[in-house]
Design a binder for this molecule. Structure first.
Ligand code: EPU
Length: 418
């Protein structure tokens, strides 16, 4: 089994460039199915999840070409299959995002139901509520969602929770519907805005993305478009913590600081120096950091995707911190792994109480999900001795080039391939 070995490292110093956002790319790739013309996407990192979504598009009949580094061309003229089977969906939940575009484009979709995962049960009821409101007939039995429609028609859809995926799937379905759809209590994440910008570049008519109310006026057809995805705010935040936890000094480039304000605020509260400067941030620390409390919330609140990495940092900060996870019911699997490294963490329901320790010790640990894996790398950078991380396929899903990026700024980290 491949693994990552991290040794206690000196303070990290230098520059790291952030890639395009994984969670923007996945819905945008799905949205390319909406047009019969060629779409060109820029700033696409080599990630396992991107590969899987490209496989899904290909299986539906799209012609997907990886051009020179970072560019993907998709031609969805010949979409001739409306089924995304279990074999593909089980590799990545986000492939469920093809349902909205398939329904809009073909009036029919059969997509395997995504199961639960390491961070919670992750239902899809809000996606289905949206499709039904737009006029689709849904049969969700036998492990598949079968959706049919003569035509989709605009309607008002209130989301009981501002689900990112449901907002994206409904936007995509509604973009080719007749009339206007309104999503109330929509997710406001920057990735939603990026998706809406892409669809608008294709000739769509979406207003209000990035606010709680999104209005989508359906158009007859969408044309091809070229789009550069936004920088990955979670990758940026992860490297900011790498600087903080090692008491290092990193310049992190290709960052939209407006997207990571809660992370910046909490790091500053912990005592980290952060200089925001156009499209980059400089992050440094030279002392023991302070405990801070965190509550994960939908955007613009503190992102759940940064919770695990913060837990690693707070494990070695002075004082007791409280983390309240409100987005996913079971997103504390990394706590047990951090405890193997000597962290003092107690889980009570959806809260974690972390008593900061002076040091951690390297241990064999397992990456239970993507962000958990990132947290273990961060902890390994300051733990005495050697940390051996297994199940690293999770990390490879979302952090392109992480080993080399960290090595280049002084980290003692190696990938041992099986
Ligand atoms: N939910 C429902 N019903 C639904 C949909 C969601 O109850 O129909 C619940 C979920 O169970 C969860 C909450 O709503 O408790 C939030 O789920 P959401 O739909 O917002 O999440 P998602 O679209 O499945 C995306 C990201 C996640 C990120 C969450 C929250 C992608 C591909 N994934 O997931 O990213 O944690 O939003 O911000 O965009 C990651 O990158 O590590 C990751 C897990």
């Amino acid at each position: 089994m491949s693994k990552i070995i991290v040794k206690k490292s000196p303070p990290l110093k230098g520059t790291i460039r952030v890639n395009g956002s994984k969670n923007s790319i996945l819905p945008i790739l799905a949205a390319s199915l909406l047009s019969k013309e060629k779409c060109i996407l820029n700033e696409i990192p080599d990630l396992k999840d991107v590969e899987v979504m490209c496989e899904v598009l290909t299986s539906l009949g799209a012609d997907v070409k990886r051009k020179k580094r970072g560019i993907i061309e998709i031609n969805s003229y010949n979409i001739d299959n409306y089924e995304a089977p279990y074999e593909l969906i089980r590799k990545m939940r986000a492939s469920f995002l093809v349902l909205g575009p398939l329904l809009a484009r073909l009036g029919r979709a059969r997509v395997s139901m995504p199961g639960g995962c390491a961070i919670g049960s992750r239902p899809i009821d809000l996606h289905l509520k949206g499709f039904k409101a737009l006029g689709a007939q849904i049969d969700a039995t036998g492990g598949y969602v079968n959706a049919y429609t003569e035509k989709l028609t605009g309607n008002t859809i209130y989301l009981d929770f501002p689900s990112v995926g449901a907002t994206e799937n409904i936007i995509m379905a509604a973009s080719l519907a007749e009339g206007e759809a309104v999503i109330e209590n929509a997710a406001e994440e920057p990735e939603i805005v990026d998706l809406a910008n892409f669809i608008n570049n294709m000739g769509g008519n979406i207003i209000g993305a990035g606010t709680k109310t999104i209005r989508i006026k359906g158009v007859k057809e969408l044309h091809g478009a070229e789009h550069t995805v936004i920088p990955d705010r979670i990758e940026a935040g992860t490297y900011m913590i790498a600087a903080a936890i090692t008491n290092g000094d990193l310049r992190i480039e290709n960052v939209l600081t407006s997207h990571i304000q809660p992370v910046i605020a909490k790091l500053r509260e912990a005592g980290v120096y952060i200089h925001e400067n156009g499209d980059h941030v400089r992050v440094n620390a030279n002392h023991i950091l302070k405990a801070v409390d965190i509550k994960t919330l939908p955007y613009p609140g503190f992102p759940t995707d940064m919770q695990a990495q913060f837990m690693a940092l707070l494990s070695v900060s002075k004082g007791t911190s409280l983390i309240n996870e409100t987005i996913f019911e079971n997103r504390f699997m990394h706590a047990d792994e951090l405890k193997r490294m000597g962290a003092d963490i107690k889980i009570e329901g959806n809260s974690a109480i972390i008593k900061g320790k002076n040091k951690l010790a390297g241990a064999p640990v397992s990456a239970t999900d993507l962000r958990a894996g990132a947290a273990l790398i961060l902890a390994g950078l300051i733990a005495d001795g050697e940390t051996e991380i297994t199940n690293i396929h999770h990390i490879q899903r979302g952090y392109a080039g992480i080993i080399n990026k960290l090595k280049n700024v002084g980290a003692k980290i190696d990938l041992i391939e099986a």
